[in-house]
Design a protein around this ligand. Structure first.
Ligand SMILES: Cc1ncc(COP(=O)(O)O)c(C=O)c1O
Length: 369
């Protein structure tokens, strides 16, 4: 038996190491995971009681179009419910976009380096990924424009970009959109949207009104703290939503996930709290990195890509042994960098303490730095 040619050799996604595994492997009592950009504050306390309300309906399939969540979210975003599509995480919407718009011979343009699921979704369909180098860690939209051909169907813009955490501004994005040819769908992945405080950050949804070729992706996995439920969404012109619905699995978002997301949307103070804590956490970490003179990309999400000046896999292993799981940049294309999720104050302190010890041990800083 042979699988289809397009998936031969495709890498299998490697998630961040689970807490339990590290605890067992190194016999540690406490382990913290700063590897997958999850919310260290969990989710809104309103979620749990809301789930109990649907316990009589566990045997009934969920509503495929998630009507209650759709209404609620449309109101929250001040958009039309017809413009929204839900996915089993925004990961699934990325896959749906590939399914609906790519085929053998077509191309999709993405940054080099960016969120790897764009490339995977492209390759699965037998299409060609066209990668455009980042410029100082930021999407080079002019060069991406130059990479568009008659075969291009999609341009992926990850904003903030994972793993660098950088953003493209409203100015840059709207200039880019003005020049993108009509046959191209522009995917703007805003998984970390709610964390961004930079005033230059685009309100991409407002651009949708007069630009039907954009789809904006967001998720309940990050600031809403619902990664385990798997619910993300896309906002696009109803024509694009219609095409994506053709390839959507009929019951792709579970009843529990829909209910959790509805409850989470009701707790705006929780989101504001997490956003503020995240900014304080970024300050806590970057001030220390500045003191140590280590390079990092300007972080706009809830993670920091920083240069350890050592082989990243070694740093990852050393931190792991001290009960701290980060992401090695080696697999992300940054061999001396690690990507660290911003944790709560105590977690950040523990990370900085462990990292300091390592820097001292390797002679990168002196013991009293
Ligand atoms: C840029 C980006 N897009 C999409 C996702 C997928 O999120 P979800 O949990 O909604 O599938 C992630 C997750 O890390 C991400 O970083």
């Amino acid at each position: 038996m042979e699988p289809k040619a397009s998936i031969r050799g495709l890498p299998v996604y490697k998630p961040g190491k689970p807490l339990e595994e590290v605890r067992r492997e190194f016999g540690l009592s406490e382990v913290i995971k700063l590897a997958s950009n999850e919310n260290p504050f969990g989710c809104s306390p309103k979620v749990w009681p809301a789930l109990g309300k649907i316990k009589e309906q566990f045997h009934i399939y969920p509503e495929g179009l998630a009507p209650d969540l759709r209404e609620k979210l449309a109101h929250h975003l001040e958009t039309d419910p017809e413009r929204i599509i839900f996915g089993n995480g925004s990961d699934e919407i990325i896959q749906m976009i590939g399914r609906a718009y790519l085929e053998l011979g077509s191309e999709s343009v993405m940054a080099d380096l960016t969120f790897p699921r764009y490339e995977t979704a492209t390759r699965i369909e037998g299409a060609k990924p066209v990668k455009v180098p980042l410029k100082d860690g930021v999407h080079d939209l002019q060069a991406m424009l130059g990479a568009i051909t008659d075969q291009t169907r999609i341009v992926w813009i990850c904003n903030p970009n994972n793993p660098t955490g950088t953003i493209v501004s409203y100015e840059e994005l709207s200039r880019f959109l003005d020049q993108v040819p009509d046959h191209v769908l522009v995917v703007v992945d805003e998984a970390y949207y709610e964390y961004v405080t930079d005033s230059e950050y685009p309100n991409t949804l407002s651009l949708l009104d007069y630009n039907p070729q954009i789809i904006v992706l967001r998720t309940f996995s990050k600031i809403y703290g619902l990664a385990a439920f798997r619910v993300g969404y896309g906002v696009a012109h109803p024509d694009v939503v219609r095409e994506l619905n053709r390839v959507r699995e009929p019951f792709n978002v579970s009843r529990l996930a829909q209910q959790a997301a509805i409850a989470a949307l009701d707790d705006e103070p929780f989101i504001l709290y997490c956003r503020n804590q995240n900014r304080l956490g970024i300050k806590q970490i970057t001030e220390q990195l500045d003191e140590w003179n280590l390079h990092y990309y300007p972080p706009s999400g809830n993670f920091i890509l920083l240069d350890t000046t050592m082989p990243a896999d070694d740093v990852y292993q050393e931190l792991l042994q001290q009960g701290i799981i980060v992401r090695s940049g080696a697999a992300l294309g940054f061999p001396s960098y690690i990507r660290v999720t911003v944790g709560n104050e105590e977690q950040n302190k523990r990370f900085l303490y462990a990292f300091r010890k390592l820097l001292e041990m390797k002679g990168k800083i002196s013991a009293n730095a």
